[in-house]
Design a protein. Structure first.
Length: 100
């Protein structure tokens, strides 16, 4: 794409392969895009389906503020966090408020 444009790509430019084949670099297969538009095309075309770590149900994962979601719903995530925290405290020797 840099040869076609006659200049190096700017950091705010991405090259999209229209047929999805990253090795097909024919000029008519390349499209210059902004990073946001490029990622939205790929995320729409390839949704990430994961299994919930608590209940095991499949769900379409999305990016949250802390990375990819691990659970299918907030309630599953809350139960998982409570269980992990309780197990961590047990391993550390805590029972209620008194340390054994």
């Amino acid at each position: 794409m840099e040869i076609l444009l006659g200049r190096p790509l700017a950091p705010t430019e991405h090259v999209h392969h229209l047929d999805g084949n990253g090795h097909n670099n024919w000029p008519r297969n390349l499209q210059l895009m902004a990073p946001g538009g490029h990622s939205s095309i790929h995320n729409r075309a390839n949704p990430l389906v994961r299994l919930c770590l608590w209940c095991g149900r499949p769900f379409k994962s999305a990016w949250s503020g802390h990375g990819l979601r691990r659970c299918c719903s907030p309630s599953c995530g809350q139960r998982r966090r409570w269980h992990l925290t309780r197990a961590r405290k047990r391993r550390a020797g805590f029972r209620g408020r008194i340390r054994i």
